[in-house]
Design a protein around this ligand. Structure first.
Ligand code: C2E
Ligand code: MG
Ligand code: MG
Length: 756
């Protein structure tokens, strides 16, 4: 309770019963003393004794009034004092032959009291009584005085009522104002204290004057612990300069308010991020009084924002910078290197055979491998180099170098880092890197150009084989652009079934009878016509498209073999049993699901597994000999026959050859070419045939174009042959529904009639 309520005022502006009673008693005594002293001082007074007696009586009765237990009675009881007072005033006037002025004044005082002590309207209610009480004592006095006194009732009575009502009205107004003020104050205090937001009032130099519970909670203090501290003590040292600059601007009036994000130091020493909105409160004259600040804890939001910002420029899997950050750095590094007269080396690193691992062992294993590769690479870099993951199995590296040699040296180091196997769950995984390098120069300063060049170089490195490094040169341009175009076209070709198979006869050299056919893929290109495998197989292998393409070839060749077998008399007829040779690429062989694909293709075709010859190049076996032995074993279990294609070109280790479950060696065409002229070739072919004999393997000679070659081969003891001499690869439509055993109808075969 503050203000008027502290002295007993009610909400409507009236006083409490005690206050009213005591006020009445006080006024009673004061007015009595006034009247008495005025009477005594007035010259020519007639009845001093009566005056003193009345005065004393009033004093005593006033004191008695003072001590009455007003608090126990309702305030309306005090209204009984009004007629009593009127009577006393009248009596005093008559007995003491009182002064007319004082007589009127005392009535005014009574009404002033009514106004103070009772609600509005009370004075009005007492107006009739006032008229009577005022007039009656005046009657019967000396004629002149009496009529003057009676006349004075005309203004005294309204005056008294007006004074009473005015005071009551004033009191009510005062109470209203006070009430509103108090309520506003209390509400403000409530808002301040209970606000969910931290609020602090500080002096202009940052001394905390008042803080609410939320503010203290954010900072880990109790409110009273914070009061008296300076903002600097709880602000993170790095953010104090900013904070004080903002505060000074607000105090100086340069800004009306300011907002900022800053760090506070909590009581436990931890840091808390807060969003702060503050302003300076001023007096009427515009002088700054204090600062008020609201703060909100945004630590979590900040952490999330940091996380998002981090995620935006980092690769989730490896934690390395991603493409966005890489490109951003690239731009800056080019400028810096140029200033220093050095070069930026941009390297594209691609993991060889990664797709095989990913497809073969599953994506989780692939992911783990990428993580380990990232770590391994990072460990072999200098602090300033920036390694990023560009996507898939592609990493990029940025470094500042003085020369091409330095860049190549770094690339070598990265390659060497992959020499040790990456071991997981006791399984050793070897992986190598193809690296394409492009250096910035006066002509190549644009980031995307540099990136493109490195990409082009990387493709060339891939072309060279696994684990190669290639520096960008302008000569790389055309084939790569063409290559990319063809790769895109290949995708479409697969979707649109633009591939066809042609079949080339394989014959028995002794009787020149057809023993089988090799399926050779061609691309019926919409604009370029029929394309041979050399034009697209390397790209299909590089892009991985060889896997779906090879699967199609496998199924289609088996299907066609099945159809021909039926036409030739079915299972009962011996001559229906033509062999079907199908080429298998390294990537297909590396797919652990490949044997199942083969089994399904054979099942669906109704052809015989033991008449399917899968041709595998030495390279496919050598890229992962251990896995190859396992897969070939599974294929062998299906009953299919296995041939090593292009034998002699891949430096097969003879010890492997012994372990491989193969039936046939196909001597590469390059040895047959000059067989009839070059003694070295002849020596090689003889050795291969001898090797085949000793290992129990059949030997097929490829690319026989001339009968002289055929004669040499027959003399050397070769049994099977394939070449234009016996027939070119042809479409099934051209071959007809029944491939002729004596090769009638095959182009070139006509010349053979004499040879047989
Ligand atoms: P390859 O498996 O060694 O097939 C034999 C190649 O030698 C064929 O070339 C064939 O047309 C050619 N040829 C046969 N006899 C003669 C001859 O007397 N003289 C000359 N100059 N060439 C002869 P083609 O069809 O161009 O195929 C080239 C290579 O493409 C194949 O060599 C094989 O490695 C690959 N290839 C073909 N089809 C497929 C396929 O379906 N899958 C896979 N992965 N590779 C395939
Ligand atoms: Mg072949
Ligand atoms: Mg071959």
């Amino acid at each position: 309770m503050t203000g008027l309520r502290g002295v007993g005022m009610n909400a409507d502006g009236t006083l409490s019963a005690t206050a009213v009673g005591k006020l009445a008693a006080g006024m009673w005594m004061v007015s009595s003393l006034l009247v008495v002293s005025a009477e005594l001082l007035a010259p020519g007074h007639t009845s001093r004794f009566a005056t003193v007696a009345i005065g004393l009586g009033a004093l005593v009765s006033g004191m008695a009034l003072w001590v009455l237990p007003w608090c126990r009675w309702p305030r309306s009881v005090t209204l009984w004092l009004v007629p009593l007072t009127f009577a006393t005033i009248g009596l005093d006037y008559r007995l003491a032959d009182g002064n007319g002025f004082l007589y009127a004044i005392t009535f005014l005082m009574v009404f002033a009291w009514l106004g103070l002590a009772h609600p509005r309207g009370t004075s009005l209610k007492f107006a009739p009584l006032l008229i009577v009480a005022y007039v009656v004592p005046l009657l019967g006095g000396p004629a002149g005085r009496s009529s003057l006194g009676l006349a004075s009732a005309v203004y005294v009575v309204p005056c008294c009522v007006m004074v009473g009502e005015a005071v009551a009205w004033g009191m009510a107004l005062l109470a209203d104002t006070e009430w509103t003020l108090t309520e506003t104050q209390e509400r403000n205090v409530g808002i301040f204290e209970q606000a969910p937001m931290g609020i602090a009032v500080s002096s202009l130099d940052g001394g905390l004057v008042r803080v609410n519970a939320a503010y203290a909670k954010i900072l880990g203090y109790r409110p009273e612990e914070l009061v008296g501290k300076n903002l600097q003590e709880i602000t993170h040292p790095d953010d104090w300069t900013d904070t004080s600059t903002h505060m000074a601007a607000a105090v100086a009036g340069d800004v009306e308010a300011y907002t900022m994000e800053k760090r506070y130091v909590r009581a436990d020493g931890h840091m808390v991020w807060a969003s702060v909105g503050a302003s300076c409160v001023r007096d009427r004259a515009g002088e700054p009084l204090y600062l008020i600040a609201q703060i909100e804890d945004i630590t979590e939001r900040h952490a999330l924002r940091d996380k998002l910002a981090y995620a935006a420029v980092h690769d989730q899997l490896t934690g390395l910078p991603n493409r966005t950050m890489f490109m951003d750095r690239l731009e800056r590094l080019i400028v810096r290197a140029e200033r220093r007269g050095r070069h930026v080396a941009l390297m594209f690193l691609d993991l060889d055979r990664f797709k095989l691992i990913n497809d073969g062992l599953g994506h989780d294993a692939g992911d783990r491998l990428l993580q380990r590769v990232a770590l391994r690479l990072q460990a072999s870099l200098r602090a300033d180099d920036l390694l990023a993951r560009f996507g898939g199995d592609e990493f990029t590296l940025l470094c500042e170098v003085a020369s091409e040699e330095e860049a190549v040296e770094i690339a070598r180091r990265l390659g060497a880092a992959m020499d040790r196997p990456l071991t997981e769950a006791n399984h050793e995984q070897f992986i190598s890197l193809s690296v394409g390098i492009a250096l910035s120069s006066a002509e190549t300063t644009h980031p995307t150009a540099l990136l493109r060049n490195a990409d082009v170089a990387m493709y060339r490195a891939k072309d060279l084989g696994p684990a190669r490094i290639a520096l960008y040169s302008e000569d790389d341009e055309l084939p790569t652009a063409e290559g990319l175009r063809i790769t895109n076209e290949l995708h479409r070709a697969l979707e649109r079934s633009e591939f066809v198979l042609h079949y080339q006869p394989i014959v028995d050299l002794h009787d020149l009878r057809l023993v089988g056919m090799e399926a050779l893929v061609r691309w019926q290109h919409p604009t370029r016509g029929l394309l041979g495998p050399v034009e697209f197989i390397p790209l299909a292998e590089e892009s991985g498209l060889i896997v779906p393409l090879g699967t199609w070839v496998l199924r289609e060749a088996c299907r066609q073999a099945g159809v021909w077998a039926v036409k030739r008399g079915g299972a009962d007829q011996d001559n229906s049993r033509l062999n079907m040779s199908i080429n298998v690429a390294a990537r297909q062989l590396a797919d652990p699901a490949f044997p199942e694909l083969v089994a399904a293709a054979i099942d669906d075709s109704g052809f015989w597994a033991d008449h399917v010859w899968l041709e595998i190049t030495e390279g496919a076996i050598l890229s992962d000999p251990v896995a190859a032995v396992v897969t070939l074993g599974r294929l062998r279990d299906l009953g299919v026959q296995l041939s090593i294609d292009d034998f002699g070109t891949g430096y097969s280790s003879l010890s492997y050859l012994k372990q491989l479950p193969v039936e046939t060696l196909k001597i590469d065409r390059s040895f047959i070419d000059q067989l009839d002229e070059d003694p070295d070739d002849k020596a090689i072919v003889r050795a291969v045939i001898a090797l085949g004999d000793s290992l129990g393997l059949a030997v097929i000679a490829e690319g026989i174009e001339r009968s002289s070659q055929a004669d040499e081969l027959t003399a050397l003891g070769c049994h099977l042959a394939q070449g234009f001499l016996y027939g070119r690869p042809m479409s099934p439509a051209a071959i007809g529904s029944f491939p002729n055993d004596d090769l009638v109808g095959w182009p070139g075969a006509a010349d053979l009639t004499n040879a047989r």
